[in-house]
Design a protein around this ligand. Structure first.
Ligand SMILES: *Cc1c(COP(=O)(O)O)cnc(C)c1O
Length: 360
């Protein structure tokens, strides 16, 4: 069967071995005569999927025991609301590094009685470079950062030194792709559909002392309710959790974050080198701020970009169109994206450039 190189920013590529396991389990999970989708979330079969998913994620990310792991729904976007609702008491600080940060800020501003301050922003340079982050004191309930800006292609690969404020992060597009110290954060959240598995699941990792700070929150929006019910206050996204568990197993087998980070760095440097060494392509992002997982590049000519994307597609390289706010191309190189696919892209970039030069 033909598989393409899928450069999508999300929902994104998953490993064939994982998809095959899903296919195998689809009609009868572990001899139960039921699909994994048909299992009761209260059944012991599903409970052990849930337990395995959590312990695998704890192992992969080295999550300390004083943190809870939640499997929720509503995407990272619902966390834009839940986070300030649960952790914001008086005043919170945000770093604006692009479209997703901006949405997080807008939602925080809707929280009753909360003052939201944007303490650093890269708007002035059109989000092409990480802003300097000032020291923030603990009068703020937290400081929110987006570790990887999926659309703009920037990332904080090192956690910014922000003083003694509680740090929280949207890690949707680079969770599990490079090593972060969970204990540097009070809370981490990520939609699953980029680097974890299929859409429909949101992972929240939260320090225990931050749970239950506020009373009378709507049940579904209260971290405490989800913690008290083991992420089963209501029916969890069972299939997505099952698929995430398989992804965690796949990553563990591969050698965990240490190994995948090496591979991700190799993939990203191949592409960045191809961009740097060419006369046609350019990265809009400053060198010290570049993402490993989402790599935009442009020719500076919208017509050429368009024909690049079309020709790449005819060669089985799909979803290279950049986000409409940036233009050009974007290659998303999540964990499951193979090195071979990056080599193929680089080969095509050279071929395309040679043709363009020949035409001039
Ligand atoms: C995709 C993305 C989101 C939005 O995720 P949803 O699951 O669609 O709500 C938020 N933040 C970042 C960094 C993202 O990449």
């Amino acid at each position: 069967m033909k598989r393409v190189y899928n450069f999508s920013a999300g929902p994104a590529i998953m490993p064939v071995s994982v998809l095959k396991t899903i296919q195998k389990d689809l009609l009868s999970y572990q001899g139960s005569g039921m699909s994994v989708m048909e299992l009761s979330h209260r059944s012991s079969l599903f409970q052990s999927i849930m337990n395995d998913a959590e312990s695998l994620l704890r192992e992969l990310m080295d999550i300390p025991v004083n943190y809870e792991v939640l499997f929720l729904q509503g995407g990272a976007s619902l966390q834009f609301t839940m986070l300030p609702m649960n952790l914001g008491k008086n005043k919170v600080a945000y770093v604006n590094t692009g479209s997703w940060s901006k949405k997080a800020i807008e939602e925080a501003r809707k929280t009753d009685g909360l003052t939201v301050e944007v303490i650093a922003s890269s708007k002035e340079n059109n989000f092409t470079e990480n802003p300097a982050i000032p020291l923030v004191d603990s009068e703020f309930d937290y400081l929110h950062i987006t570790t990887n800006n999926t659309i703009e292609g920037t990332a904080f690969l090192k956690v910014p030194q922000a003083g003694d404020v509680l740090l929280v992060a949207d890690m949707s597009s680079n969770i599990l792709s490079s090593r972060y110290n969970v204990s540097d954060f009070g809370l981490i959240y990520a939609g699953a559909q980029k680097n974890i598995g299929p859409a429909g699941l949101t992972v929240v990792i939260v320090r225990k002392d931050l749970i239950g700070l506020k009373e009378n929150l709507p049940a579904m929006l209260d971290y405490k309710m989800h913690v008290d019910n083991g992420s089963m206050y209501n029916t969890p996204p069972t299939f997505a959790i099952y698929a995430a568990k398989l992804m965690f197993e796949w990553l563990k087998e591969l050698g965990g974050i240490t190994e995948i980070e090496k591979i991700n760095r190799e993939k990203a440097s191949l592409l960045y080198e191809a961009i740097e060494s060419s006369n046609l392509y350019r990265s809009p992002v400053s060198i010290g701020s570049r993402s490993l997982t989402n790599i935009p590049f442009i020719t500076g000519n919208a017509e050429l970009d368009k024909s690049f994307i079309q020709q790449a597609e005819s060669k089985g390289m799909i979803n290279l169109k950049g986000h409409r706010s940036v233009g050009g191309m974007r290659a998303s190189l999540y964990n499951a994206f193979p090195l071979e696919g990056v080599k193929e892209l680089v080969r095509f970039m050279k071929e395309f450039e040679a043709k363009v030069e020949g035409d001039q």
